[in-house]
Design a protein around this ligand. Structure first.
Ligand SMILES: Cc1cc2nc3c(=O)[nH]c(=O)nc-3n(C[C@H](O)[C@H](O)[C@H](O)COP(=O)(O)O)c2cc1C
Length: 342
């Protein structure tokens, strides 16, 4: 699909859910697996606009670099200075081939505070300037992803201001910044935002299954975004795109876990101790196989692709075969063969 203005509207004409931006997770390999399973679009990990413009970054920056052939990927930027964000949009567009640009207004991490992220919820007029600067810098759709507020819900006011500043879409994570990830996402608040603006609203927070996602659509949102629930479960996107809630068996899930690791090595390059290529998946691989806790210990210690294959080997081998006994008498052996015949 050609990127350009109207990307979100075109994608929202289809059924499905959106892969959330997640620092440390929604990198190229995870986005590829989600896109293959029918995610409506995916969002990069947040990228510092200052880093892009002033930090000597290049098109090789792995946070932004697409996988070969990637389409339908939104690049998320954070920052607080309109001129820097406008330049960052230009760089992101030239280097990373995004389908649209998103402004991070939800990151509660202290180092981001004061420079953008959820801090913008305290000074939303700064965010409106940022959106205007981003829009002036690109013909692509510009969106924003907010939390409900800093420590109290002011999401309707902020969303209306963002819509007036020209965003094409707003994503709402139904928690305040002060809440971080505690408590439950407030989908009633998300529904109030969806009802208060003309632009499409995507809802985010605590969606872990396809039936749950369908129930959340009743909040009046244009689509549901899934983050943590999609780690180790790209099939959620298939279920929501097709309406068929099928989850592959353990062997198929293990094959995808291995493929995830292979995509990591292909994207980050094979490094000697797996520091960049395989180790970051220690927190991910076991989530493909929650029903096989016996594999977890090996999966959280992998350094290489061979380690991943070895850790998953019990699943390739299928049900355990009876151990051969030393020197069985011929009759017993024949009986065994006869018993295992179909
Ligand atoms: C590890 C982690 C990293 C995240 N990084 C980002 C980010 O870079 N940008 C952003 O807008 N939200 C980020 N989020 C928030 C998610 O996009 C999402 O709104 C939130 O996790 C709630 O959805 P979930 O319950 O489906 O995970 C992050 C969340 C997690 C758990």
């Amino acid at each position: 699909m050609t990127p350009g203005p109207g990307f979100y509207a075109r994608r929202l004409a289809q059924a499905g859910a959106v892969l959330a931006p997640m620092a440390g997770y929604s990198d190229a390999p995870m986005r590829q697996l989600a896109a293959e399973q029918g995610a409506l679009w995916t969002v990069s990990e947040m990228i510092s606009s200052r880093g892009l413009v002033l930090g000597g970054e290049s098109e090789k920056l792995t946070l932004g670099r697409p996988y070969p052939g990637e389409q339908g990927r939104v690049v998320q930027l954070f920052g607080a200075e309109p001129d820097i964000l406008a330049q960052a949009v230009g760089r992101a567009e030239a280097w990373f081939a995004p389908a649209a640009l998103d402004l991070n207004m939800g990151c509660p991490v202290p180092k981001v505070k004061g420079r953008g992220g959820a801090c913008l919820l305290q000074t939303p007029e700064v965010a409106y300037d940022l959106v205007r600067a981003m829009r002036a810098a690109t013909p692509l759709d510009v969106s924003a992803k907010i939390r409900l507020g800093w420590d109290a819900d002011r999401s309707v006011e902020v969303a209306q201001g963002l819509a007036a500043a020209g965003v094409s879409l707003i994503t709402v994570h139904g928690r305040t910044s002060a809440q971080r990830y505690t408590g439950e996402a407030d989908w009633d608040a998300i529904a109030r935002v969806a009802a208060s603006v003309a632009v499409p609203v995507v809802g985010s927070g605590d969606v872990r299954s396809a039936p749950q996602a369908r129930a959340r659509r009743k909040a009046g949102v244009a689509a549901v975004m899934i983050g943590r629930g999609a780690v180790g479960n790209p099939w959620l996107f298939r279920a929501l795109a097709t309406g068929e809630d099928t989850r592959p068996d353990a062997r198929e899930r293990a094959r995808t876990a291995l493929r995830h690791a292979q995509l990591h090595v292909a994207f980050y390059g094979a490094d000697r101790f797996g520091l960049l290529s395989v180790r970051p998946l220690r927190k991910v691989l076991h989530q493909y196989l929650p029903d096989h806790p016996e594999l977890r210990e090996a999966l959280v210690q992998v350094n290489t692709l061979e380690d991943v294959e070895r850790a998953l080997a019990p699943l390739w081998q299928g049900p355990p075969h009876p151990a051969p006994r030393p020197g069985p008498p011929p009759a017993e052996h024949e009986e065994h063969v006869a018993l295992s015949a179909p």
